[in-house]
Design a protein around this ligand. Structure first.
Ligand code: TRP
Length: 450
C-alpha cells in the first residue's frame, strides 16, 4: 500500500486522544493497583516511575520514529528498514504477544459487563466484604464469564471491522476527558475515607528494603503494558500519523497522562483497601472486589457505579482496538488478506484463548504450567517477558541500526535545545534502556544478585 492510500488521524487532539486511548485502560485501573499491591506499594511506584522515564518515553519515541518513517505494520516496518531475519522475528514477537494480551485482557474487560449489570441491581444488596468476595468468585468461576469474554470480543470486532479513523478517533476524543474527570471525583471521595492516610502511605512511602528482583520485573512489565509498548502497537498507530505530529512531545504527553491515571487509580483503591480491611496483595481480583465496597458506601453509589464500569469498559475497548490493529495491519499488508478476513482471524484466535483464560478461574483451574493457569501464564509471558524483550530490540534497533538522519528528520530537530534533548533520548535508547532491561531480566531469573 502506498503512503497516500493509508488512513491518517485527522487532528492533533485526535493523535493525543488515540495514543492515550490505547495506553489508558485496564492496565492503569485494574493492573496497576493490583501489581502495586502485590509488590509492596511505594517501592513499586518509585521503580515504576523510574522505568517510565528512562525506558518508557524513549522506547515510545523509538516506536513512533519507526512507524511514521515506514508507514507500515510492525513486521513490514522492520522488513523495510533492514531486511534480515533477526529483525523480522521481533515483528513476529509483537504479533504473537498482541494476540496473547488481547485474549486475557478480554476476560477482564468482560467482567465490566457483569459489573454494569450488578451495579444496576445494587450488588444484590451485599452488606459485607465476604458477600462481595463470594459473588465475585462465584461469577468468575462460572461459564457466565466466558459468555462476557466472547461478548466483549464481538463488540471489539464490530468496531475494528470499520477501520481506523471512523471509530477510534471519534470515540477517544470524547471518552478520555470524561474518564479523567470521573476518576478525579473518585480520588476526592477516597481521600475522605478513614483508611486514607494508611492507603496513601502504602502507595507513596517507599520501603527501599522491599525492592526485590520480582518488584523490578513487575514494575518494568507494568510500564511496558500500561504504555502499550514493546510489541509495535505504537509503530502501527504512528504509521497513521501525519508529518506534522510532534513525536517526542506526543510520547511524553502520553506517558505523563497514562501515569497520572494509574496514580489516580492507586489513590482511589488503596484508601478503600485499608478502610474495608482488605489485603492489598489480593492479585487480579483486588480492584473488582474493592470497588463495589466504595460504591455501596457512596451517596448515589448506584449511579456512580454504573458510570464507572461503563467508562472502564469503553477505556478497555480503545485499548483492545489498538492491540487488534497490530495483527490486522500485519494480516492485511503482509499476508494480503481482506480487512474482513483479517478481523475475523484476529477475533477467532482471541476468542479461543480468551475462553481458555476465562475458564482458568473455574473449571480449568488445575490446568497449570509452572504453577500458573492459562490467564496467568498469558499475562506473565506477554507482559513480563515478551514486551520488555520487544522493547529491548526496538531500542537497540533505533539506537544502533537505523540511520541518524532518519531520527533527526522524524524528531524534527530545528534548534540546539531540541538537539540536546534528542541526544538524551538516543543515549537512553543505546545504553540505558537495553542495560536496564537486561539487568532486570538477569536478576529476575536469578542469574545475578544484588
Ligand atoms: N496499555 C493498555 C492498558 O494499559 C493495554 C494495551 C493496549 C497494550 N495496546 C497495547 C499493551 C499494546 C501492550 C501492547 O490497558
Amino acid at each position: 500500500m502506498s503512503k497516500s492510500e493509508r488512513a491518517q488521524f485527522a487532528t492533533r487532539l485526535g493523535v493525543l486522544a488515540t495514543t492515550v486511548g490505547s495506553a489508558v485502560g485496564l492496565g492503569n485501573i485494574w493492573r496497576f493497583p493490583y501489581e502495586a499491591g502485590v509488590h509492596g506499594g511505594g517501592a513499586f511506584m518509585l521503580v515504576y516511575i523510574f522505568f517510565v522515564l528512562v525506558i518508557g518515553i524513549p522506547v515510545a519515541t523509538a516506536e513512533f520514529i519507526i512507524g511514521r518513517h515506514t508507514h507500515s505494520n510492525v513486521y513490514g516496518a522492520f522488513r523495510k528498514l533492514h531486511d534480515s531475519p533477526f529483525w523480522k522475528v521481533s515483528g513476529v514477537i509483537g504479533i504473537v504477544a498482541s494476540l496473547m494480551i488481547l485474549s486475557f485482557y478480554s476476560v477482564v474487560a468482560g467482567w465490566t459487563f457483569e459489573y454494569i449489570l450488578r451495579s444496576l441491581q445494587n450488588f444484590n444488596g451485599a452488606e459485607t466484604q465476604e458477600a462481595l468476595h463470594a459473588q465475585f468468585n462465584q461469577f468468575t468461576s462460572s461459564w457466565e464469564s466466558v459468555v462476557w469474554t466472547l461478548a466483549f470480543l464481538l463488540v471489539n470486532y464490530l468496531i475494528i471491522r470499520r477501520g481506523v479513523q471512523n471509530g477510534i478517533e471519534k470515540m477517544s476524543n470524547i471518552l478520555m476527558p470524561v474518564l479523567f474527570v470521573i476518576l478525579l471525583a473518585f480520588c476526592v471521595n477516597s481521600l475522605f475515607m478513614p483508611g486514607a492516610s494508611q492507603g496513601l502511605e502504602f502507595l507513596f512511602k517507599p520501603d527501599f528494603s522491599s525492592i526485590t528482583p520480582q518488584v523490578l520485573m513487575g514494575a518494568m512489565g507494568q510500564a511496558f503494558f500500561s504504555l502499550s509498548l514493546g510489541l509495535g502497537g505504537l509503530i502501527t498507530y504512528s504509521s497513521y500519523f501525519s508529518s506534522k505530529t510532534r513525536l517526542l512531545g506526543s510520547a511524553a504527553s502520553m506517558a505523563g497522562l497514562d501515569t497520572l491515571v494509574a496514580i489516580f487509580a492507586g489513590i482511589i483503591i488503596f484508601p478503600a483497601v485499608f478502610t474495608f480491611g482488605e489485603s492489598p496483595a489480593e492479585g487480579p481480583k483486588l480492584v473488582f472486589e474493592v470497588l463495589p465496597s466504595i460504591f455501596l458506601d457512596m451517596k448515589f453509589g448506584q449511579v456512580w457505579s454504573v458510570l464507572f464500569f461503563v467508562l472502564l469498559f469503553l477505556a478497555s475497548l480503545t485499548s483492545t482496538i489498538s492491540m487488534s490493529e497490530i495483527s490486522i495491519a500485519y494480516f492485511t499488508e503482509e499476508r494480503h488478506m481482506s480487512r474482513r478476513n483479517a478481523t475475523l482471524l484476529n477475533t477467532a484466535i482471541a476468542m479461543l484463548f480468551g475462553t481458555l483464560s476465562a475458564l482458568s478461574f473455574g473449571p480449568l483451574r488445575h490446568m497449570t504450567v509452572c504453577g500458573r493457569g492459562v490467564f496467568d501464564l498469558l499475562d506473565y509471558l506477554s507482559s513480563t517477558i515478551l514486551l520488555p524483550l520487544g522493547g529491548m530490540i526496538i531500542s537497540i534497533f533505533v539506537g544502533w541500526v537505523i540511520k541518524r538522519s532518519v531520527i533527526y528528520e522524524q524528531l524534527d530537530v530545528v534548534s540546539p535545545a531540541k538537539a540536546r534533548l534528542v541526544k538524551v533520548v538516543i543515549f537512553c535508547l543505546r545504553y540505558v534502556a537495553p542495560t536496564c532491561i537486561l539487568l532486570v531480566f538477569l536478576s529476575g531469573l536469578g542469574v545475578i544478585r544484588f
